[in-house]
Design a protein around this ligand. Sequence first.
Ligand code: HEC
Length: 142
Amino acid sequence: MRLLLGCAAVCFAAALPAQGIDAVGDAIPKPLTAEPGDAARGRSIVVTRDQGGCTLCHAVPGEQRFGNIAPTLAGVGARLSVGQLRLRVADSTRVTPDTPMPAYYRTEGLHQVAAAYRGKPILSAQQVEDVVAWLATLKGPK
Ligand code: HEC
């Protein structure tokens, strides 16, 4: 029985997708998860401070309080493809090396990371997919 459980744990770990970012050009064409992103969950991650915290820098449709050091996210789903959105959320330093935007799905090459967060991305793969699903719905000017 113990042998069986041991194998289950190891085999499960081996089956998990690698955490690398599979970028092609300025996009990540393939989803990070098998489960499609959920736009409603994504919106909540975007506006929640200790999750996405995107409103610190970006105007976000439907929000009254936001920072303005970054372009508005209104219309971003019309400006960028789903794959382009995915790379910008996962690791925007691959697009703009000196961007102030956090690399939400990167774990390597970071400095001064608190012990509890070492080796963990800011957002999980599913959360990245949820955020991208919501961004893709933002087609209009508002
Ligand atoms: C600390 C500030 C900051 C935070 C927080 C931040 N961003 Fe950004 N973001 C920027 C800046 C500045 C840019 C403009 C280009 C650059 O510097 O990379 C940008 C660019 C983008 C772009 C490309 C926009 C375009 O029109 O080309 C997307 C999409 C984006 N951010 C989404 C997000 C999302 C989603 C979150 C939250 C999960 C987020 N950002 C959090 C600063 C931020």
